[in-house]
Ligand binder design. Structure first.
Ligand SMILES: Nc1nc2c(ncn2[C@@H]2O[C@H](COP(=O)(O)OP(=O)(O)OP(=O)(O)O)[C@@H](O)[C@H]2O)c(=O)[nH]1
Ligand SMILES: [Mg+2]
Length: 394
C-alpha cells in the first residue's frame, strides 16, 4: 500500500495500487521511514518521478518551471518477494514492508543562493533527509521548457552542485557567526567547521572535506546536503531504459567516470504507468521488452536502499511477517534494538536462519529438527535475508 501526504496538510492515504503491484493492500501498514529528497533544476521531472514512485497523481507535474512550491511528501513501501513468500508460509495475518519516504521540493536555479528563482530556503526540507536523489534531464522534448534553454545534463549537474555547496557554506557561516567561541566550547565542531569552510569555498562538496568520524557526528545536526549520499536519477525517454544510447549513454559513462552512481528513469512514462491497473502495466512493459524490476523506479528504490548501506532482516510468525531495515555490518543486539530499544539492552541471543532455508525446511519446527536454526550471540553480524527470533530478558 502506498501513502501520500502533503507537507503541513492533512495526511491522505492513496487509493492507488502498490508500486509494481507486489505489495499487499489489505494487510500492510505504515512504519517509520528513511527520507530521500529529490533535487534538481525546475521542470526536469522531479514531481513526475515523485508521482511515479508513489503510484499517485498527488504532486502537480506540469510544463512550467516552479510548478512545485510547497514540498510533497510521501511514503513508498519496499516490495520484497522474500517477505511475501515468508508471510505465505507462516500464514501471517499481516505483512509489514520497510519503507522509504520521498520529499519532492521546488526546483533550484543558478544563483538560488543569491535569491534567484524561489531562492534556496526550501532546501531546509532536504537537510532532514538521509539520501539525496538528484534528478537530471536528458529527455529532449522540445515542448518542455528548460530554464537554461538548452539540454546539457553535465552543465545542469554543475549548477545544482554549486548551489548545494553554497547552501551548505551558508549553514557553516551562520554557525560561525552565531557561536563566536566555538573553538573553546566545541573544539571538534570548530575543527569540522573550519575544514568545511575552506573546502566548500574551494568548490568541494562537504563529503570531500576529509572530516573525521567525530567531526561528521559533530556537524550532523546542520544537515549538510553535500555530506549526504547521493544518487543521480537520469530522466530519459522510455525507449532508453533497457539499453541506453546517444546522450543518455554518454551521461551514464560520464557519471561512472566521476565515480558517481546514475539510475535511468523515465519519469513521465513511469508516472503514467504507475496509475494503470497492474495487468495493463505489465502489457505496456512487455511491449517495451521490460520486466517490472527493470523499470527505473524499481532500480531507483533498490539503489537508494543500497546507497544508504542498508540490509533487510525479517521476523515472521502467525501474527505478522515483517521486514526491518538495518545498517550493514550491525550486530544482532542492534537488530533487536531496531524492533524495540529495550530488546537491545536485554538481548540474550538470536535464533537465525536464512529466509530461503526456512522456506525450504517448510517452517520453524522442521528447520529446528534439521538443525538449521543457528544460535547467535552479541558478536553476530546480521546478514541480508536473515529470519531472526530474538531471545531477550525484557
Ligand atoms: N518527454 C518527457 N517529458 C517529461 C519527462 N519527465 C517529465 N516531463 C515533463 O516535464 C514537465 C515538468 O515535469 P515536472 O515533474 O513538473 O518537473 P519538476 O522538476 O517537478 O518541475 P518544478 O516543480 O517546476 O521544479 C511536465 O510537463 C512533464 O510531463 C520525461 O521523461 N519525458
Ligand atoms: Mg515539481
Amino acid at each position: 500500500m502506498l501513502f501520500g501526504a502533503t507537507w503541513g496538510r492533512q495526511f491522505v492515504p492513496s487509493l492507488r495500487a502498490a508500486w509494481a503491484g507486489t505489495a499487499r493492500l489489505s494487510t500492510s501498514r505504515r512504519v517509520g521511514a528513511l527520507k530521500t529528497g529529490l533535487v534538481g533544476l525546475p521542470n526536469v521531472g522531479k514531481s513526475s518521478l515523485f508521482n511515479a514512485l508513489l503510484g499517485t497523481t498527488q504532486a502537480e507535474a506540469a510544463n512550467y518551471p516552479f510548478c512545485t512550491i510547497e514540498p510533497n511528501v510521501g511514503t513508498v513501501l519496499l516490495p520484497d518477494e522474500r517477505l511475501d513468500r515468508l508471510a505465505h508460509q507462516q500464514q501471517a495475518q499481516r505483512t509489514v514492508y520497510t519503507t522509504l519516504q520521498y520529499v519532492d521540493i521546488a526546483g533550484l536555479v543558478r544563483d538560488a543562493s543569491q535569491g534567484a528563482g524561489l531562492g534556496n530556503q526550501f532546501l531546509a526540507n532536504i537537510r532532514e533527509c538521509d539520501l539525496v536523489v538528484h534528478v537530471v534531464r536528458v529527455f529532449p522534448d522540445e515542448n518542455v521548457t528548460h530554464v537554461e534553454e538548452r539540454i546539457d545534463p553535465l552543465a545542469d549537474i554543475d549548477i545544482i552542485e554549486l548551489e548545494l555547496q553554497l547552501a551548505d557554506l551558508g549553514q557553516i557561516e551562520r554557525l560561525r557567526a552565531k557561536h563566536k567561541n566555538l573553538r573553546l566550547k566545541e573544539p571538534v565542531m570548530h575543527a569540522a567547521a573550519e575544514k568545511l569552510h575552506h573546502g566548500l569555498n574551494s568548490g568541494l562538496p562537504a563529503s570531500a572535506c576529509e572530516l573525521t568520524e567525530e567531526e561528521v557526528a559533530a556537524v550532523r545536526s546542520l544537515g549538510l546536503i553535500t555530506l549526504k549520499p547521493m544518487i543521480y536519477a537520469i530522466n530519459t525517454e522510455e525507449d532508453q531504459l533497457a539499453e541506453p544510447t546517444g546522450a543518455t549513454a554518454e551521461l551514464v559513462s560520464a557519471l561512472a567516470e566521476r565515480g558517481q552512481h546514475g539510475v535511468l528513469v523515465s519519469a513521465k512514462f513511469e508516472s503514467e504507468l504507475a496509475i494503470l491497473p497492474p495487468e495493463d502495466r505489465l502489457l505496456f512493459l512487455e511491449d517495451l521488452g521490460l520486466t517490472p524490476s527493470q523499470t527505473g523506479l524499481g532500480k531507483l528504490v533498490r539503489a537508494s536502499y543500497q546507497r544508504l548501506d542498508l540490509l533487510s532482516f525479517f521476523t515472521a510468525g502467525v501474527t505478522e511477517a515483517r521486514a526491518w531495515s538495518l545498517q550493514r555490518g550491525a550486530m544482532a543486539p542492534q537488530a533487536a534494538g531496531v524492533i524495540h530499544s529495550d530488546f537491545e539492552k536485554h538481548f540474550i541471543k538470536a535464533e537465525v536462519i536464512a529466509w530461503d532455508q526456512l522456506l525450504e525446511a517448510g517452517g520453524f519446527s522442521q528447520a529446528r529438527e534439521r538443525g538449521w536454526i543457528r544460535l547467535e550471540g552479541r558478536e553476530y553480524a546480521v546478514q541480508d535475508g536473515d529470519v531472526i527470533v530474538f531471545k531477550t530478558a525484557a
